[in-house]
Design a protein around this ligand. Structure first.
Ligand SMILES: [Zn+2]
Length: 64
């Protein structure tokens, strides 16, 4: 069973995808201790944006 994920826009061009109910508390920044992986993505206004995918410490990615 996969856990739930939350997508949260934190600034004009950053979106953070966070695992809900993880073992640690995630910062909504690229300095989060889990070491989020940035992926470039075009924003709705045509500018460059980033999606930061955070890593759950309970290993839920293995289910996907
Ligand atoms: Zn994180």
């Amino acid at each position: 069973m996969s856990g739930q994920w939350l997508a949260k826009q934190t600034s004009g061009n950053e979106v953070h995808v966070l695992p809900l109910g993880d073992l640690i508390r995630h910062d909504h920044t690229d300095l989060c201790p889990c070491g989020p992986t940035p992926s470039p993505t075009p924003m709705a206004d045509g500018s460059d944006g980033w999606i930061y995918t955070h890593h759950s410490l309970d290993g839920r990615e293995a289910d996907e």
